[in-house]
Ligand binder design. Structure first.
Ligand code: NAP
Length: 222
């Protein structure tokens, strides 16, 4: 399986790339608007992994090239650029490419972080509105903290809630999530309820800010 991380040069991209490269056999491709930046970040990830005895080649290319051959494309860019980014790679997508949204739209004021749903209802649904019609869309990974993923010394114990209208795509992304050590995938329902998942992230950040000793929180249901 080939997983492309658009904007995989950033925080959540790094965390997911390192974990998938370390814990699974899948190929991980870092995408960027700037192919040189992608190559350089992929080399950084390779070095981090090889320092831990993991001899895996993470590669880096432009976003469009990354999407062209991938089975799963994670839109790991800030939420306000998610739909524009999907537009730039739309010609590389088809019904065989699963598009994953980890994005959460938030705003911060004096009270803390607030969820700010886009007009479509959630970022995942905004992506659905933008992507070609036949492309399966999945919401996942919104409640994971990049800091926890990128810290490979940290043992994870978190749930990934997966939403989609496409059962096959949902099962595929659930299995990719569960292949990361310490993550469990839960079926969150159809894409139309993704706002519920996205809106948990500002709560997690507020909890981390307001309570001593809490940082990079995730959720675990029991
Ligand atoms: N950080 C977290 O803990 C976390 C947790 C859960 C979910 N998320 C979600 O994951 C997504 C990425 O978050 P992040 O923290 O990884 O973001 P980030 O580090 O700020 O940015 C990720 C990448 O997005 C690309 N980017 C920046 N501006 C862009 C633009 N105008 N157009 C297209 N691409 C642009 C950049 O890649 P290039 O310059 O290489 O193109 C950047 O490295 C967000 O939607 C966020 O809500 C984040």
């Amino acid at each position: 399986m080939e997983i492309a991380l658009l904007g995989g040069t950033g925080d959540i991209g790094e965390g997911l790339a390192l974990r998938w490269a370390r814990d699974t056999e899948h190929s991980v491709v870092i995408g960027s608007r700037d192919p040189e930046k992608a190559t350089s970040r992929a080399n950084d990830y390779d070095e981090l992994l090889s320092a831990r005895g993991v001899d895996i080649d993470v590669t880096g290319v432009g976003n469009e090239e990354a999407a062209a051959t991938a089975d799963v494309v994670v839109v790991s860019v800030p939420p306000e650029y998610a739909t524009d980014t999907v537009d730039t790679i739309a010609s590389q997508l088809d019904d065989e490419t699963v598009l994953v949204s980890p994005a959460v739209a938030m705003r911060r004021d004096g009270a803390g972080f607030h969820y700010e749903a886009p007009e479509a209802g959630s970022v995942a649904e905004a992506i659905e509105d933008t992507a070609p019609n036949d492309v399966p869309i999945v919401g996942a990974f919104q409640n994971l903290a990049a800091g926890a993923l990128s810290d490979l010394d940290r043992d994870l114990a978190a749930d990934v809630i997966v939403t989609s209208d496409d059962a096959e795509a949902k099962a595929l992304v659930s299995s990719l999530a569960a292949e990361i050590d310490g993550l469990r995938a839960l079926d969150g329902g159809p894409l139309a309820v993704t706002a519920l998942v996205e809106s948990m992230t500002p709560l997690l950040i507020n909890l981390a800010m307001n309570n001593d000793g809490m940082h990079d929180l995730g959720v675990r249901f029991q």
